[in-house]
Design a protein around this ligand. Sequence first.
Ligand code: NDP
Length: 294
Amino acid sequence: MTGGRATARTLAGPPAAADLLARAAALAATLPVTPAIAFIRVGDDPASESYVRGKAKKAAELGLDSRVHALPADTTQADLHALIGTLNADPGVHGVLLQLPLPGHLNADAALTCIDPRKDVDGLHPVSAGLLWQGQPGLRPCTPAGVMALLDHYRIPVAGQHAVIVGRSALVGRPLAGLLLNADATVTVAHRATPDLGAVTRRADLLIVAAGQAHLITPDMVRPGATVIDVGINRVPGQDGARASLTGDVHPDVAGVAGALTPVPGGVGPMTVAQLMMNTVQAAAQQTPADRRN
Ligand code: NDP
């Protein structure tokens, strides 16, 4: 691999996230209620704790209400469903977010399906997924919707472009395919069984990588001038006692080939949290009769 010269435009997340948060605040200001989100966390996974803390802090900064339900690691499926049912029935809660992953004895899909789709601010309920694939309005998963907001902020064209997504998870790749299709892109989704990944990614005007494999995408896999969105977050152990660092799925040398590129960290990450805030405000708006809005 040769060292790439950085020529790509940097698509930084924070300004685009600030824009999205400002739009969420403006929508919240039209409502007669304070949008409220309930977080459910099970067990004591430090990463989950930190994610929920970060999301609750962002909600507070925006003036939204939030509460955290921290359940013990031995919580039963029935207890989890009972809490979700209580939150579904509470008119003071507009959004319910179940932080994943759950401890191994719990079924995440079954629990997600218990959330009232109107309160599904993570957009992972099968009803939300169905609405997305039918091109109907609904709550969208935060990371894919955040990617779309980032593209919009930087005026990156989507309609008529060939978008290639690497990754097909229910969290990122699949919903992103639906969103890009709804935005009139021609969409290809690649995964581990895709032969000759580079031949596919080189066809992309817009390459979005959500594989969870550090530096999977190298410069030879990118068409010169393409826009590259790096969703991946990989923890790389520090060498010689240095602290661990975060890196994306895209090799830094891709900056020498791509037309535009998101950094990691500081790219898609801030968009995810900002989109969650927007989803919470939109859920509150949907649950507020039109004649009660300002
Ligand atoms: P998953 O592990 O659920 O899915 C990864 C997908 O990538 C799978 O579809 C897998 O294919 C595919 N894949 C993995 N390796 C390869 C490869 N070598 N070639 C082709 N395809 C490959 O991960 P997630 O979708 O949950 O997350 C993806 C990444 O995005 C992770 O790094 C995660 O940390 C990050 N992330 C970042 C967020 C943010 O806010 N920035 C939010 C959410 C996730 P197959 O289906 O065949 O196994």
